[in-house]
Design a protein around this ligand. Structure first.
Ligand code: KIV
Ligand code: ZN
Length: 434
């Protein structure tokens, strides 16, 4: 087996998160325009950034990381466009990322001139790997770097009219010894002097996802418990998806005590992406928790996302993919058909349709594509199509026979049959011959 750097240990034998459920939505922050954008083959141009920003506002994001304005001219220009063009509605706060260097911090503040409010997000990397391999700095030097950046930001913040909120990320947190992550965050909080009324955001990123989700949750719980001034900080999560577990890790870490989530639509972002906020929000929705984000017109969200990012939403993407409300196989179709019929009869208000964990109409999808016909389909599926598409209620004893006919036709055709083809087969088989 190949050898990998050991994971910094966490020892939490009395963890609380197994007993918890998520009872309210976290504070959401979209990083589509920064982490998402920086990972695109073709980064967004100004028009696309504005279209994406407006979509994020419509969805209901109140905090949006709009870029790294000191790192590229287009990101600087985008901030100027947002501010000078009056595109930031009341209640929406732009967030900007910066490293701990004087010139970068000054340019960041210049980009914000005229904004009512902003979150300035400082980061430096803290993991053992990054300290040893990239920065060649010891713990003390890494703390000095972060603290120097925090001081410069405070100085700038005290000189501007913009109401500045502070955020700090020990980048590569999940590869950092917990005591050291805590030490650097507290050193930075000492500079910024937050209060419960004016808390700082401490963002604890899984910059690279290195462990199973329970370990991330344990790290978050350990951190929350050991902080000196927990009430002066909002604990933020920022999970990447290298192991494909970012949604699970974020959900467990919320149960472990975090307040806020940074992520992207459909999980765009570096490598395997950031955590997918669409899935997180709709997971809450299906558990009866108001997500405070509006995905009731998911097709519009998909279209704008695909146009701006030039990425595709996978057909099996939770809640959003083209195929996630569709059944081809006979037994699933039969169960869905029964569930939908029971729904019409009982009007109980409860969504109880097997194989469909969410009513497609809740995300603005129609029932049209729920059942589609190919050689895997059966009697329930064809009965559903005849009824819902053509108002033709097939008698029960006719269904098995017609189901077999459709399977034969579909086998011979070798592809999906449209509703019209199903109807046409029915006509040929039963009406025209009689
Ligand atoms: O993944 C990460 O650690 C980041 C930081 C800049 C917050 O994107
Ligand atoms: Zn990131």
């Amino acid at each position: 087996l190949k050898k990998y750097r050991p994971y910094p240990p966490v020892r939490l034998t009395d963890r609380t998160w197994p007993d918890q459920v998520i009872t309210s939505a976290p504070i959401w922050c979209s990083v589509d325009l920064r982490d998402g954008n920086q990972a695109l083959i073709q980064p967004m141009n100004l028009e696309e950034k504005l279209e994406m920003f407006q979509l994020l506002v419509q969805i209901g994001f109140k905090e949006i990381e709009v870029g790294f304005p000191s790192a590229s001219q287009i990101e600087y220009d985008f901030l100027r466009l947002l501010i000078d063009g009056n595109h930031i509605p009341d209640g929406v706060v732009p967030q900007v990322l910066t490293q701990a260097r004087e010139q970068l911090i000054k340019k960041t503040f210049a980009s914000l001139k005229g904004a009512r409010e902003a979150i300035v997000h400082l980061y430096n990397s803290t993991s053992t790997l990054q300290r040893d391999v990239v920065f060649k700095m010891n713990r003390k030097e890494i703390i000095e770097l972060g603290v120097a950046g925090a001081r410069l930001i405070r100085e700038q913040a005290e000189r501007t009219e913009t109401r500045i909120r502070y955020e700090y990320s020990p980048e590569s947190f999940t590869g950092t010894e917990l005591d050291f992550a805590l030490e650097i965050c507290e050193a930075i909080m000492d500079v910024w002097e937050p209060t419960p009324a004016n808390p700082v955001i401490i963002n604890l990123p899984a910059t690279v996802e290195l462990s199973t989700p329970n370990i991330y949750a344990d790290q978050i719980e350990w951190f929350c418990r050991h902080m000196k001034n927990r009430d002066c900080a909002l604990i933020s999560l920022h999970a990447h998806n290298d192991r494909g577990e970012a949604v699970a890790a974020t959900e467990l870490a919320l149960m472990a005590g975090a307040d806020r989530v940074e992520g992207t639509l459909f999980g765009n972002g570096e490598r395997t992406g950031n955590v997918d906020i669409v899935t997180l929000a709709l997971n809450l929705f299906t558990q009866g928790v108001a997500p405070r984000l509006d995905f009731s017109r998911i097709n519009k969200v998909i279209n704008t996302y695909e146009r701006c990012t030039k990425m595709k939403v996978h057909p099996r993407h939770p809640y959003a993919g083209e195929l996630v409300y569709t059944a081809f196989s006979g037994s699933h179709q039969d169960a869905i058909n029964k569930g939908m019929t029971a729904l019409e009869l009982t009007e109980s208000g409860l969504w109880e349709v097997p194989y469909l964990p969410i009513d497609p109409q809740d995300v603005g999808r129609t029932y049209e594509s729920i059942i589609r016909i190919n050689s895997q389909s059966g009697k329930g599926g064809v009965a559903y199509i005849m009824d819902h598409e053509f108002g033709f209620k097939l008698p029960k004893d006719m269904r098995p026979g017609f189901g077999r006919v459709i399977q034969e036709v579909s086998d011979a055709y070798g592809d999906e049959l449209t509703a019209e083809m199903v109807f046409h087969t029915f006509e040929k088989e039963y009406l025209l011959n009689s």
